[in-house]
Design a protein around this ligand. Structure first.
Ligand code: UDP
Length: 238
């Protein structure tokens, strides 16, 4: 069955919070459900790279506020993303998807190091590539790592999964009258000082013309709908 796809290569960014129902730890059923959503688009022939955060276990800035050296705290955060990535890899392989984890900090017994050309080759061969350990540098976020990798791997879009179905003019959890944007420019998003994505990540996307779609992965089928070109979430572009 051939399906009209709007996107053939994507990068999906999940926050660590997405893996646990309360935002902490890892819930096996939640991870399986996410793997199932990714499987649906993988079966359509979409090449998928993923970046997973570590905020369900550790955030460098929060830890630094308790007195731990920020650089050290950030390395701990990057290690948390490796744990999440390995768990996601396991869930996807149990659903029959071939995957590779690549880490920005070398740890050969655990996973391959990030090698851009090798990652592209995996994508071309239909393997889902999970990019772990963020950018490998402290003082960055996994959103910025996701922006960097999407540019490096030449994906057509960066999909940022959140708890809500797009970008609103106010917090929709608190304000029932908050209005959702279907589309925003990079400059509008930057000027709004959005919490949904940090300015370093947004700027990198802007400078490299990488479109971003903010959407809700908890909505079953949303990822597949986006691949088919349906309006879903909020598109940020030039
Ligand atoms: N981190 C880092 N460099 C990176 C990516 C992540 O130092 O390139 C650290 C940072 O301490 C961050 C933590 O890893 O707080 C977890 O990542 P993030 O907060 O982006 O996860 P998310 O909010 O997406 O779950």
């Amino acid at each position: 069955m051939s399906v009209e796809l709007k996107y053939r290569r994507i990068l999906l960014k999940l926050s660590g919070e997405a893996l646990g129902p309360q935002g902490y730890g890892i819930d096996a059923e939640t991870v399986r459900r996410i793997a199932g959503e990714v499987r649906r688009i993988h079966e359509l022939g979409v090449e998928v790279a993923m970046v997973i955060g570590g905020g369900n276990m550790w955030r460098g800035a929060d830890a630094a506020a308790t007195g731990i050296d920020r650089g050290t705290a950030d390395y701990v955060g990057m290690l948390a993303t490796v744990m999440n990535s390995l768990v996601m890899q396991d869930a996807m392989e149990k659903q029959g998807i071939s995957t590779r984890v690549q880490t920005a900090i070398e740890m050969p017994p655990v996973a391959e190091p990030f090698i851009r050309r090798r990652a592209v080759r995996h994508l071309e061969k239909g393997r889902v590539v999970i990019l772990a350990a963020g950018s490998g540098n402290p003082f960055f976020t996994t959103d910025t790592a996701a922006a960097l990798r999407s540019v490096e791997l030449n994906t057509q879009v960066l999909l940022k999964a959140t708890k809500v179905d797009g970008i609103y003019d106010d917090d929709p959890m608190r304000n029932p009258h908050a209005q959702k944007f279907d589309e925003l420019s990079y400059m509008q998003a930057l000027n709004m000082g959005l919490k949904v994505m940090d300015s370093t990540a947004l700027s990198l996307c802007k400078d490299n013309n990488m479109p971003i779609i903010v959407f809700n992965l908890r909505q079953p089928g949303a990822l597949e709908a986006i691949m088919r070109g349906e309006q879903c979430g909020t598109l940020v572009r030039a």
